[in-house]
Design a protein around this ligand. Structure first.
Ligand SMILES: NC(=O)c1ccc[n+]([C@@H]2O[C@H](COP(=O)([O-])OP(=O)(O)OC[C@H]3O[C@@H](n4cnc5c(N)ncnc54)[C@H](OP(=O)(O)O)[C@@H]3O)[C@@H](O)[C@H]2O)c1
Length: 315
């Protein structure tokens, strides 16, 4: 295995923290460009990790950050926009464009790019999925210009510090006996963050991965309702999950889109209209046996049960 100098964009996020630890643990040098490195200074204790302040959207900053690196990893992605119609494009399309240009300027030959399952520039059911698809196509187009590109298309990713399972755990705690759930029949194949990270790590030098678009899924498909009911059981909460029909789901999305923090947006609702299930699961091809939700999360939720705030929860 050759050792690399890797720049990670989005290295401070949920997937990024796991990937940074795995790559640094394997002996690679990792540089992370972050808007606010102080918030993530715990990453500095990892051997070979450099945390650098900077705006990833600034082309000069990107070029400087790539100097001395042979590989770039792009994990930047957002689920919600603050400036409607602009943030998705900036994060999912313009940033990948700037990154491939910076790779060309620095002679960086390898790019691992995080996309999303169902990302499709033309047919994506939401602005999130369409812009993710556009960014993915763009980086693969750059592959002809001396860059070896692999993109990853995961279903929802779970792990101790994820925002999916933990968000529903939080909502269930707050719910007064009944949780109204939009899109209860939406289907997912949740994939473990450790498997996602391993797919990135194994792809680094794998010739078969050059130009590949890997769909990443866990071993089982669940409806959203099944997942939420399962979380409630794991947390020992007696809650009724009230599945909303399509009209009420849309209404809930429209209302919460205007709530502080925008916990669920109309664009999220549109994403959920497409099942997040792999047609060509790639973990097996990479020699990774997908980890089941049930194998990992009960232990993590068990820890969450002892959360001091739990004494306020309703049983
Ligand atoms: N989590 C999932 O279930 C899931 C499923 C499918 C696809 N994905 C994709 O996987 C990638 C990583 O997901 P994640 O869950 O790890 O995300 P995350 O926790 O939100 O982290 C994303 C990181 O990107 C940086 N970032 C976010 N918005 C930015 C912006 N507007 N400009 C510049 N930097 C920005 C942040 O770094 P700083 O604040 O340090 O700058 C942040 O740490 C994303 O592309 C996401 O779309 C995730």
């Amino acid at each position: 295995m050759s050792l690399h100098r890797i720049l990670i964009l989005g290295g401070t996020g949920f997937v990024g923290r796991h990937l940074t630890a795995a790559l640094a643990g394997a002996g690679h040098g990792v540089r992370i460009l972050s808007r606010d490195p102080e918030r993530h200074r715990e990453l500095r204790v990892l051997p070979g990790v450099e945390l650098r302040p900077g705006d990833v959207h600034d082309p000069d900053t990107l070029r400087r950050a790539l100097s001395g690196c042979d590989t770039a990893v792009n994990l930047v992605g957002i689920l919600n926009e603050r400036r409607r119609g602009r943030d998705f494009r900036a994060a999912h399309v313009e940033l990948p464009r700037k990154l491939v240009e910076a790779c060309a300027a620095n002679g960086v030959r390898r790019l691992l790019h995080m996309s999303a399952l169902n990302a499709d520039a033309a047919r994506g059911s939401s602005a999130y999925l369409r812009t993710k698809g556009e960014g993915e196509d763009l980086v693969h187009l750059a592959a002809g210009q001396g860059l070896r590109v692999t993109s990853f298309r995961p279903s929802v990713i779970f792990g101790a510090d994820d925002s999916f399972i933990n968000r529903f755990a939080g909502l269930l705690r707050l719910a007064p006996g009944v949780l109204p759930l939009a899109c209860p029949e939406a289907r997912f194949a949740p994939v473990y963050v450790g498997d996602v990270v391993e797919a990135f790590r194994r792809s680094l030098d794998l010739r078969a991965a050059f130009g590949a678009r890997y769909e990443l899924c866990g071993p089982r498909v669940y409806t959203l309702r099944e997942i939420v009911e399962w979380i409630a059981r794991m947390l020992g909460l007696r809650r009724r999950v009230l599945g909303l029909g399509d009209r009420l789901s849309r209404l809930q999305a429209r209302l919460l889109d205007h709530a502080p923090g925008r916990p669920f947006t109309y664009d999220n609702y549109l994403s959920l209209r497409t099942d997040s299930v792999c047609r060509e699961p790639a973990l097996g091809r990479l020699g990774i046996e997908p980890t089941a939700l049930e194998a990992i999360m009960p232990h993590l939720l068990e820890r969450a049960r002892s959360n001091p705030l739990d004494r306020y929860r309703r049983r």
